[in-house]
Design a protein around this ligand. Structure first.
Ligand code: CDP
Length: 228
């Protein structure tokens, strides 16, 4: 069976990562979370005092890009992908609301995007991957054989993020999360470099009222029709 690249883009918190991970597992592909890379860069900025709510030390960050190593490893127990920043497991930290608040500013910087896109293309060289993000089907892999653009209402998305944070024992406030979802939507859609938009050849998936199983069946059907 021929190996393809599957690009999954869409709005924040619409379940892209869960869906992309499950799809990869189902079809025996590797999964890459491009958002985790931007989150790791944002965390690096926080750890090194390069960012606060209003300002990023752009010139210092530019000079440090080659010092930011981001790698993925499978969790030995769950097999889920874990994100490492310079050799340290940061999977939990990068999902915090504080990183969520700062990440879109970092992801809007042209030199950050260029560097991450280069690294992402490298990961896709051998094909057989599912990658999710905001610009995977438009910029990173414009020739991806299968492109999905996922969306759901902002309230549904905020509720999912709320459930995810509370399930892992974090404090969460629904209104704060909804505000964050709307704010990131705005920054992601209006930034100059690779704004979030549906690729012309992407299939639209609105999963507001879909179960995970319905969604998976839909994806597998598309995948089979492209690889048979
Ligand atoms: O948590 P959620 O799934 O909403 O987002 P994520 O995939 O973890 O990505 C976090 C942030 O990184 C997004 O809000 C975008 O600002 C940025 N991002 C991006 O600009 N391009 C990508 N390919 C992936 C993420």
């Amino acid at each position: 069976m021929k190996k393809i690249i599957i690009a999954i883009d869409g709005f924040s918190s619409c379940g892209k990562s869960t869906m992309a991970k499950a799809l990869a597992r189902n079809i025996g592909y590797l999964y890459f979370d491009s958002g985790a890379m931007y989150r790791a860069v944002a965390l690096y900025c926080m750890q090194n005092g390069l960012i606060n709510d209003t300002k990023i030390d752009i010139e210092t960050l530019r000079g440090k890009m080659q010092d930011i190593q981001i790698t993925f490893e499978a969790d030995p127990d769950t097999k889920n992908s874990l994100t490492f920043l310079n050799g340290v497991n940061v999977e939990h930290e990068i999902r915090s609301l504080e990183v969520s608040r700062l990440v879109s500013q970092v992801a809007a910087l042209d030199f950050v995007r260029e560097e991450m896109v280069d690294r992402q293309r490298e990961m896709g060289k051998a094909k057989g991957i599912v990658m999710d993000g905001r610009d995977i089907g438009t910029t990173v892999f414009p020739n991806a054989e299968m492109k999905i653009f996922v969306t759901a209402s902002a309230e549904v998305r905020a509720q999912r993020r709320y459930d995810e944070l509370t399930a892992r024992g974090d404090n969460a406030n629904f209104q704060e999360i909804l505000d964050n979802v709307l704010q990131r939507d705005h920054i992601d859609q209006t930034r100059e470099v690779s704004p979030l938009k549906q690729a012309e050849d992407a299939l639209l998936l609105d999963n507001s009222n879909m179960t995970r199983e319905e969604q998976m069946n839909w994806l597998i059907e598309k995948f089979n029709s492209l690889t048979e």
